[in-house]
Design a binder for this molecule. Sequence first.
Ligand code: SF4
Ligand code: SF4
Length: 99
Amino acid sequence: MNRPPVTKYIKPKHIKDYPVGPSFRAGYLTSDNSGWRTVRPIIDQDLCIGCQQCYLCCPEGVIYPKEGKVDIDYDFCKGCGICGKICNHKAIQFIKENK
Ligand code: SF4
Ligand code: SF4
């Protein structure tokens, strides 16, 4: 994956330190962005045929080709379910988070 690096947000200590424009420098993420996901897609690599339909349809761009099949960057997957709907081979199932 070619994502911007995650960098720590340093809270300004004084009003003078607050930026006038955007709060963060461009080109960085301030945190992983999957904290509110309630379900997690799991790819069954035996059922996956590597058609990459899920890769093309993921709105977050977090599915990526890997060794002829696909994998998911869980740090940024939102659990929207689209990949599971799009897969004609039922290779993506969802489990509840924290299970
Ligand atoms: S859509 Fe299904 S079969 Fe195709 S690459 Fe994704 S998981 Fe594999
Ligand atoms: S659940 Fe949504 S965000 Fe996560 S990999 Fe599937 S399509 Fe992408």
